[in-house]
Ligand binder design. Structure first.
Ligand SMILES: Nc1ncnc2c1ncn2[C@@H]1O[C@H](COP(=O)(O)OP(=O)(O)OP(=O)(O)O)[C@@H](O)[C@H]1O
Ligand SMILES: [Mg+2]
Length: 262
């Protein structure tokens, strides 16, 4: 028997898309939001991040591309540590759709907002236009290309915000509450888009049926720590776990009989 010890060859083991280790963070006012968060997400996985209001979900999301830094622990994206050194590359790899689309849209037209990231990454001319058009078509907003984002409805702005991130063709798509304020058809269309993409997805959501439909695996973040990590259907069917973390299924929804999306 050959026993190989300490023969760690990182180039042989593919790095997970995302690895969060011992992440703890307090805001400058002293309020501590994360107390040591650990999890990994493999390439191509779709994972839901569940948890009650104030659990630390958005705080965690803002660490994934280095918007928030300075706490303890580490975040690694496809083997690259998130930090000042690789920040441009990290921001290309991690596409975040923020909880509030108004934090994402700041240009005079929809086109310019969607073109902003790819242009900053060096895309120009016809290739840039094609990228913008494709991203807007994916979210059903092509005809709004020349409109000012601030003249759109909330749900339309959310869809444009998703397009700004899709246009970057990220390795990991992180969505903070993507289905909130979407009408049922847009909510389903976004689900179809997410299922069709060949990317790793981390989706923060209070929409538990949406989590079950889209994400085979879920994490529960509660009071700044990961309280559960498992199959979404199993977590949602665990009444005691759900109650302990203020998670409630919609009236009449039974995760045991719901059918998962393809
Ligand atoms: N800028 C800030 N300064 C101080 N404390 C903050 C700040 N932002 C958030 N917090 C606090 O950190 C904790 C986690 O907030 P966070 O926004 O991450 O929660 P969340 O899980 O995203 O909640 P929600 O479901 O309501 O979006 C909360 O107690 C919140 O009050
Ligand atoms: Mg939040």
């Amino acid at each position: 028997m050959v026993l190989v010890t300490d023969a760690v060859t990182p180039s042989v083991t593919p790095s997970p898309s995302l690895e969060v280790a011992g992440l703890a963070f307090a805001y400058p006012d002293g309020h501590q939001a994360l107390f040591g968060v650990d999890f990994r997400v493999a390439r191509g996985e779709r994972v839901a991040l569940l948890g009650p209001n104030g659990a630390g979900k958005t705080t965690l999301v803002l660490h994934l591309n280095g918007i928030l830094t300075g706490g303890a622990g580490s975040v690694t994206v496809a083997g690259l540590p998130v930090g000042k050194q690789h920040i441009a590359e990290i921001r290309r790899k991690v596409g975040i759709v923020f909880q509030d689309p108004d934090d994402q849209l700041f240009m005079p037209t929809v086109r310019e907002d969607v073109a902003f990231g790819p242009a900053a990454a060096g895309l120009k001319g016809a290739a840039l236009e094609a990228r913008v058009d494709h991203a807007l078509e994916q979210v059903g907003m092509a005809e709004f290309k020349n409109r000012p984002p601030h003249h759109l409805s909330f749900g339309q702005r959310r869809r444009v915000a998703v397009a700004t991130v899709l246009a970057m063709e990220p390795e990991i798509l992180v969505l903070d509450e993507p289905s909130s304020n979407l009408d049922p058809a847009s909510r389903r269309e976004l689900a179809d888009i997410l299922r069709s993409l060949d990317v790793t997805v981390l989706m923060v959501t209070h929409d538990l049926p949406y989590a079950l439909e889209l994400c085979p695996r879920a994490l529960i973040l509660s009071e700044g720590v990961i309280a559960a990590d498992g199959r979404t259907g199993d977590l949602l069917a665990d009444d005691a776990l759900m109650r302990a973390h203020r998670l409630e299924l919609p009236f009449g929804f039974d995760p045991r009989s719901a059918t998962m999306g393809a």
